[in-house]
Design a protein around this ligand. Structure first.
Ligand SMILES: [Zn+2]
Length: 356
């Protein structure tokens, strides 16, 4: 048996993606960094054992045996001979799909702004069975529903508004309108030269070249609420926006209680003037507009029953658009498994936002 095993050093070029700032954001780059299943396996290994392999069974450290080709997701401890799977505890666990396919899938669902339908996903990855594509997509989406426990707006003003989405959903007849109320809160951040993390990213630079605006959207929260009553709206704000934050809303009475709750409430009396609203709440209106386009264009409308899941997916992608590596690792289920010091190493510093 040992003659089928060999020790092989990890190739440095496969590990380029370990640097969050070097994480590929274009298809050619992605292909260069992850050209093969072996490259994907090397990435998993490095993420789990940044300081080198340590056997989870016996604790032995040092180069493990590696299997050539097919079994590349399995390492064998030289001490106790235990087989250790690189995909254990991830969404790829026990899957027969090649690692490279999973990596492509994770890349597509995290970087393609409109997301993917199962059929598009199947075609793009060349997956033969629709069922496989459907299930894979769902597994990757499971990594997007991580609840965001912290509040937004600690350091930035927050725009809050509500909107109606939907209308006729699939299968419903003409004239049957089931609009759902969605309330949203988004941070309004101001760019500061050399100070803002997002601007340091490559996308930031790209935006700079295009002549970007002085403000941009920070973190987003969206919730499907039963109504636009003060009770529903206030509950959303309390759970999602930091106390004491500057919050901007329109003149709707549902927001009247915010000042009493300790928020610095800036309201505008609209008097039916949409231009005034847009001037006061430009960011959240843009978010709502893009959200509706996405729900209709990619998903052809969604039922109210599943609306929150789609809102979660939208928010996930939105909040991590400057942090592709974090998003990528999340959907593959690679984040929770990381050893704490490793996690610190990988995610520390100025790069990754605390909520990411
Ligand atoms: Zn061992």
């Amino acid at each position: 048996m040992p003659n089928r095993l060999f020790a092989k050093r990890l190739e440095p070029r496969y590990l380029a993606a370990m640097d969050p700032r070097g994480f590929p954001t274009t298809l050619p780059e992605f292909q260069r960094v992850f050209p093969s299943d072996a490259a994907c396996a090397a990435y998993l290994e490095k993420l789990r054992w940044p300081g080198g392999f340590a056997c989870p069974k016996c604790g032995a450290v040092g180069e493990p045996y590696r299997f050539p080709k097919r079994s590349s997701v399995v390492l064998r401890c030289r001490g106790c001979q235990a087989n250790v799977s690189l995909t254990a505890g991830t969404v790829m666990q026990a899957s027969h799909m090649p690692l490279s396919m999973w990596f492509w899938g994770a890349y597509l669902v995290t970087t393609q702004t409109p997301g993917q339908s199962a059929l598009q996903f199947q075609r793009q990855l060349g997956i033969s069975r629709y069922e496989t594509a459907f299930q894979t997509l769902h597994k990757l989406r499971a990594g997007m529903v991580r609840p965001d426990r912290d509040t937004i707006g600690g350091q930035y003003p927050v725009e809050i508004d509500e909107t109606l989405v939907g209308g006729r959903t699939r299968g419903e007849g003409r004239g049957v309108h089931h609009k759902a109320t969605v309330v949203g809160a988004v941070e309004v951040r101001r760019r500061r030269e050399g100070k803002d993390r997002a601007v340091e990213g490559r996308r930031g630079h790209a935006e700079e070249k295009r002549g970007k605006r002085a403000v941009y959207a920070g973190r987003l929260r969206l919730r499907h609420v039963p109504s636009r009553s003060a009770e529903d709206l206030t509950a959303f704000v309390k759970e999602n926006v930091a106390k004491g934050a500057v919050v901007r809303t329109d003149g709707w009475q549902g927001y009247d209680g915010l000042a009493k709750l300790g928020y610095d409430h800036k309201t505008v009396v609209l008097e039916g003037d949409p231009e005034k609203t847009d001037a006061h709440l430009p960011m959240i209106h843009l978010v709502f507009s893009n959200l509706k386009t996405w729900l209709l264009g990619t998903h052809h409308g969604v039922s109210q029953q599943h609306l929150q899941a789609y809102l979660n997916e939208y928010v996930f992608r939105f909040n991590r658009r400057f942090y592709p590596m974090t998003a990528f690792n999340s959907v593959l289920g690679l984040v929770v498994r990381a050893v704490p010091p490793t996690y610190e190493e990988l995610y520390s510093g100025k790069w990754v936002h605390p909520s990411a």
